[in-house]
Design a protein around this ligand. Structure first.
Ligand code: C2O
Ligand code: CU
Length: 486
């Protein structure tokens, strides 16, 4: 820890540190994103009709001269990017050519409950050979992603995830807009997959990949225009790994958390648990120089990406990032909000929700073949465990909420591991965190450190919404549930 601090203040922290203190954001209690400019009314939205074919494809993940790996993707490459604008609608057809059932969950997008893409809870599984069409108009701008919601370690582990960007939040267009999707590969040297789910990993901090990668490749680099404003959309799509993002060699400001605009503040470093995103605006240095995006969380600082400035016609000028247009997420009324407490803990054993399946159950074959079969139960929310093996059997909801009402959830971590906690269908405001010094921010996933207590607030939207840890083995091993909003 000490080493990392020294390292930070010696390099990345330098430019940020002074500005940080003078802005005083650490002690600020202002509501997240308050005071940001309102977005002017937009043009009529475009209808996008897209097809995503979940299929096994080949990729050389260990380098161009390495062996072939059999990835599962929605498009030609892992983590394909779909860009639309606020107001546009999406009609996305999922075609399943995989050997097992799947779905598409639109992580962070406030979709109607029926479009949320959770097998058994919001839709039937999309079986091999079947299709399912999702239709919605995203209500928010931002950086989102989508992924299946059963056999998460196996499907996402093979690359089954895509990125959705909803544009229209910039007052001033950036000069470059670059997606950085952090996700390790769990590969043997011959390019075949190693087991994605292990009891050692599932019962601790998760099973880690063997090869680190960003956007699917081991050393991601890109050219950017010298003196340009470069928007980095950093997503942590890993199954287990937490990253702590910093920028070295250029000034960087945080402009959005999980896609939600925030009053820009200098990036010192920011922790992203799995599924979390951070939008950063960086002023590129002069031509010939480069800057790096670093992960400080790993034992040794790790370069996630190298961005190199190339000649442009932009002039050197002061760097004062303009805020993005304000989020339209409804804000909780903290005076009337009802409080609920959720404890994230190890499973106690007897409370697990696993039901044996009848032999003649038509679903038992596909269930037993490949999917949702993680029957080890290590984790619980409020003492209830809902492991993947019982995915089809809905337990009672963790809480019953009233649509349109404000809630404050108090999240408590009673384990020695961090848990990125995700609530579907909502953006919540992180009000306080007992072990982190953070400004208030909007998010759909929040990193709950060991022994930490975090308060989040939101206005409940109708439906059955998953509420779970986003370390994939933790959710598969019981740290998953849902809230019912009526
Ligand atoms: Cu990324 Cu249940 O979600
Ligand atoms: Cu967890």
């Amino acid at each position: 820890m000490l080493t990392r601090r020294i390292f930070l203040s010696g390099t990345a922290g330098l430019a940020g540190a002074g500005a940080l203190a003078s802005l005083g954001w650490r002690s600020s209690s202002a509501r997240a994103g308050e005071g940001l400019p309102a977005r002017p009314p937009g043009a009529i939205g475009v209808k996008h009709e897209l097809t995503f074919t979940a299929a096994e494809r080949e990729a050389r993940l260990l380098g161009p001269s390495g062996p072939v790996s059999r990835v599962w993707t929605y498009t030609d490459q892992p983590f394909g990017v779909t860009r639309i604008r606020l107001g546009d609608s999406l009609r996305a057809q999922l075609v399943n050519t995989l050997p097992e059932h799947t779905s598409m969950h639109w992580h962070g997008v406030r979709v109607p409950n029926g479009q949320d893409g959770v097998q058994y809870l919001t839709q039937p599984p999309v079986n091999p050979g079947e299709t399912f069409t999702y239709e919605f108009t995203p209500p928010d701008t931002g950086t989102f992603f989508f992924h299946p919601h059963c056999n998460e370690t196996g499907q996402i582990g093979r690359g089954l995830a895509g990125i959705l960007i909803v544009e229209g939040d910039e007052q001033e267009p950036s000069h470059a807009d670059i997606v950085l999707a952090n996700k390790d590969w769990r590969l043997a040297e011959n390019g075949s997959w190693l087991p994605f789910h292990t009891n050692e990993g599932a019962s601790r901090a998760g099973t880690f990949g063997t090869v680190r990668a960003v956007n699917g490749v081991q050393e991601f680099s890109r050219d950017v225009p010298a003196h340009g404003d470069v928007r980095l959309r950093i997503l942590n799509l890993d199954s287990s790994r937490t990253i702590e993002v910093g920028v070295e060699g250029a000034d960087a400001y945080v402009i959005a958390t999980d896609g939600n605009p925030i009053d820009p503040f200098p990036l010192h470093s920011w922790k992203l648990g799995t599924a979390m995103r951070l939008d950063v605006l960086v002023r590129a240095p002069k031509a010939g120089r480069s800057f790096k995006v670093i992960d400080y969380f790993s034992a040794e600082p790790w370069t996630l990406a190298t961005l190199k400035s190339v000649d442009s016609n932009l002039k050197q000028r002061p760097f004062r990032p303009k805020p993005l247009y304000a989020s339209r997420v409804p804000r909780a009324d903290l005076k009337t909000a009802e409080r609920k407490t959720f404890a994230f803990s190890a499973a106690t054993g007897a409370s697990g929700f696993v039901q044996a399946m009848a032999q003649d159950d038509p679903l038992s074959k596909v269930m037993l073949d490949a999917l949702c079969v993680q029957d080890a139960t290590f984790w619980a929310i409020n003492k209830a465990s809902w492991p993947n093996a019982g995915h089809r059997n809905l337990p009672p909801p963790l809480a019953m909420l009233e649509a349109g009402k404000s809630y404050v959830f108090e999240l408590m971590n009673a384990t020695p591991h961090p848990h990125p906690i995700h609530l579907h269908g909502h953006m919540f405001e992180v009000l306080s965190a007992s072990r982190s010094d953070l400004p208030r921010f909007l998010a759909d996933t929040v990193l709950l450190h060991p022994k930490e207590r975090i308060e989040i607030a939101f206005v409940a939207a109708p439906g059955d919404w998953m509420f779970h840890c986003h370390i994939l083995e933790h959710l598969e091993a019981g740290m998953m549930g849902y809230v019912r909003v009526v």
